[in-house]
Design a protein around this ligand. Structure first.
Ligand code: F6R
Length: 240
């Protein structure tokens, strides 16, 4: 595990983009799982700037969606697929044919999750997982309790995740209560994992995830067993 402490969120974004750009140059057709949420947005803007400047070719990447709410109508402003498209896929000029959605509207959600797992396996597994951490230690929407073997599946959001979702959508009423999430093995088994953590409100959960017991009650604690992990956080998240 490598831990890089940035000065602030902007610095985190620049450092993370540089780190991720190196990984992409090494594996330009790699399989990437990019988180949504607030933390990685600056990083994605920095990556898009590198691409626009001609110093990074992202067009060969293959993208698998990290998580999606269940039951939203197509085009709903809360769609995490829409967020993934606007923040990552489109600015990085990745062809849609190289992307794989988690279909939160599938008639058979379990079957859709199995198909997603099979598609990642067929793609050769995940090269790069770009993750944030929830206040409750979730990775993607692997809500606690989730152990290291939890597959891609439908889940119910915990009250903590409903509360943090309200930050995105204006109120808790607008936060869907269930979601699909890519399974833990895809994230923990990625050949490179970049965990982005920003802000004093993440300090406690980051400390418990990296330094506390490894437990299903804090899914991110399983990252302690990963040799491929780079944590990029800002000083506020480590109490400096
Ligand atoms: C987003 C996701 C979540 C977030 C986490 C942190 O697709 O799966 O696990 O990464 O909730 O969110 P922010 O970055 O908004 O604090």
């Amino acid at each position: 595990m490598q831990i890089i402490v940035a000065d602030d969120h902007d610095d985190l974004s620049r450092i993370a983009a540089g780190h991720i750009a190196t990984a992409i140059r090494d594996t330009p057709t790699g399989v990437v799982i990019p988180a949504t949420g607030n933390t990685p947005m600056g990083t994605y803007r920095e990556l898009a700037a590198l691409r626009a400047a001609g110093s990074l070719d992202t067009s060969g990447l293959r993208v698998f969606q990290l998580d999606e709410y269940v039951g939203l109508p197509e085009g709903d402003d809360r769609s995490l697929w829409g967020w993934t498209l606007h923040s990552f896929v489109e600015p990085l000029d990745i062809p849609l044919a190289q992307t794989h959605r988690l279909p939160g509207n599938a008639p058979d959600l379990d079957a859709a999750c199995h198909a997603f797992d099979a598609a990642i396996a067929a793609a050769g597994g995940v090269d790069l997982a770009i993750l944030g951490i929830g206040a409750n230690g979730h990775l993607g929407y692997n809500e606690p309790p989730a152990d290291a073997t939890a597959p891609t599946r439908p889940i119910q959001l915990t009250p903590a995740s409903v509360a943090s979702g309200a930050v995105y959508w204006g109120s808790e009423d607008r936060v869907p209560r269930s979601a699909l999430t890519a399974g833990m093995p895809h994230l923990l088994g990625a050949r490179a994992i970049v965990l982005l953590v920003s802000g004093a409100h993440k300090r406690d959960i980051l400390d418990r995830s990296l330094n506390g017991p490894v437990t299903p009650d804090i899914p991110a604690s399983y990252l302690q067993d990963s040799a491929n992990l780079t944590v990029i956080c800002d000083r506020a998240a480590v109490g400096g």
